[in-house]
Design a protein around this ligand. Structure first.
Ligand code: EPU
Length: 437
């Protein structure tokens, strides 16, 4: 596949697509397999770049990864992890953020871990201070080296009481993956409770872990001596579902997203309906369509679960360029997630970004130099342009904008979109989009 696509816009997307397991669960589930003393089976794994990266990383750690009988099934056998030559893993620096989650599992298996400098989308500083602090509280010794982190646990890992400064998804996963085999009880306060986290907890429970989710973001983990393998079908990718929904609305189309589940999408569905989109929950998925008439402006703030996901805002903003009035989006999770609006403005949108918190809740980025609120004035006629994909979610939004625009757009750097959207080109074609390489 080439790294650029020509998109001839103006055709409503119509038809159906299928979403598979959530990228942000599948990669963590693959890491969790390292904790088991028996093979694990993961179903519905999408063919995306992030899965390949984690697969290679696990293979470097001597986890045997093979395709199972069912399409999308992976079998992960961690029997030989102790034989791994872990100094090779810095080859993978820069391509993903998942390696940091290997800390706990590797410390349990090998007593030490080397974690290369991390990659991932450039949407903010993305520090890992919560991860490192948590590991230290379990008893790990963390040394920063010029190429990454050297982590050891000469006296083992011990349960502890922790409170996260912010309910970080990754740091919560770090604590879960470390605490399940640590000696004693761990209490985590201010934990993230995203559906992907709950799904990871279910999977760990299948392996033999004892984890309680209390009210008010408190998770309690009772360390156990050993864990087995799991067989798990992950929750569907709710970011991809919202992306297709927004694409259906922005192009005035009609898309059935097979595999989508209402329970994961409730917050999104409310906003989709307020904007003027229609949806129908069916046995096989959710159908999203443009029912005619004018779309309405909305004010939203992104937030941790059960709020409006930060990863939903980029595709939705494209649809909001077609709504009458002023929409406001206050991004409270990442400080730099509006980099993509310049491209939309170049296509004819009218979006202004602000440093102020333009929402009811003052957030961590207010009164600092972060342009983290956007005002979208619509409706705007979008026209084709040359676009360069800046990051995964922004990249898909560029595609949606190009599909909604009049004329042709050339979108460069589309390989980045493969990190999180399986077969997106084929899916676009199946929905009637005019795209060529
Ligand atoms: N944060 C810190 N210190 C830390 C960890 C996080 O300050 O040690 C801050 C981050 O800088 C950010 C906020 O906490 O401002 C939230 O970050 P979080 O840790 O929750 O995010 P993450 O685990 O790095 C995952 C997803 C993201 C998704 C966020 C929020 C994966 C691989 N990534 O990131 O997904 O946006 O949670 O839901 O699970 C994507 O799929 O495109 C993507 C970016």
């Amino acid at each position: 596949m080439t790294d650029a696509l020509t998109v001839h816009g103006g055709t409503p997307l119509r038809g159906q697509v299928r979403v598979r397991g959530a990228k942000n669960l599948v990669s963590k589930a693959m890491v969790a397999a390292v904790l088991g003393d028996a093979p694990s089976r993961l179903y519905d794994v999408p063919r995306i770049r992030d899965v390949e990266v984690v697969r290679t990383l696990l293979e470097l750690h001597e986890v045997r990864v093979r395709d199972g009988a069912e399409p999308g099934e992976l079998v992960l056998d961690p029997a030989n992890v102790e034989q791994a030559q872990v100094d090779e893993i810095n080859v993978h620096a820069g391509s993903s953020r998942i390696p940091v989650l290997l800390c706990g599992p590797l410390l349990h298996r090998l007593g030490h871990a080397f974690i290369p400098d991390l990659g991932g989308c450039n949407i903010g500083g993305r520090p890992i201070d919560f991860h490192l602090q948590s590991l230290r509280e379990f008893g790990a010794i963390v040394d920063k080296t010029p190429t990454g982190l050297d982590i050891s646990a000469p006296n083992g890992l011990h349960g502890t009481k922790l409170a996260l400064p912010y309910p970080s998804v990754g740091a919560t996963e770090q604590v879960l993956l470390t605490a399940v085999l640590a000696e004693g009880v761990t209490e985590l306060r201010n934990a993230a409770v995203e559906p992907e986290i709950v799904d990871l907890i279910c999977l760990l429970q299948k392996m033999g872990a004892i984890i309680q989710v209390h009210t008010d973001r408190v998770i309690e983990i009772e360390g156990v001596q050993r864990l087995g393998g799991y067989a798990h079908r992950p929750i569907p990718d709710r970011i991809e579902v919202a992306s297709w929904a927004a694409a259906a609305l922005a192009t005035r189309g009609d898309v059935l997203v097979r595999g989508a589940r209402q329970v994961d999408m409730m917050t999104f569905l409310n906003v989709f309906r307020s904007v003027g989109g229609a949806f129908e929950v069916t046995d096989t998925g959710i159908r999203f369509w443009y029912p005619g008439g004018e779309l309405s402006a909305v004010a939203i703030e992104t937030d941790v679960h059960p709020g409006f996901m930060t990863d939903w805002q980029q595709p939705l903003v494209v649809a909001l360029t077609q709504a009458r009035g002023l929409s406001i989006v206050h991004e409270t999770v990442y400080e730099r997630r509006f980099g993509y609006v310049d491209a939309l403005n170049a296509m004819g949108a009218t979006i202004q970004v602000y440093r102020e918190c333009l929402g009811g809740t003052p957030c961590r980025w207010g009164r600092r130099n972060f342009q983290h609120s956007a005002v979208i004035a619509g409706p705007s006629k979008l026209h084709g342009a040359d676009l360069v994909v800046p990051d995964l979610r922004a990249g898909f939004s560029h595609l949606i904008a190009a599909l909604a625009a009049e004329g042709a757009s050339r979108v460069y750097g589309v390989q980045l979109i493969n990190r999180g959207y399986e077969d997106f080109e084929a899916k676009l074609r199946a929905l009637g989009a005019h795209v060529d390489g």
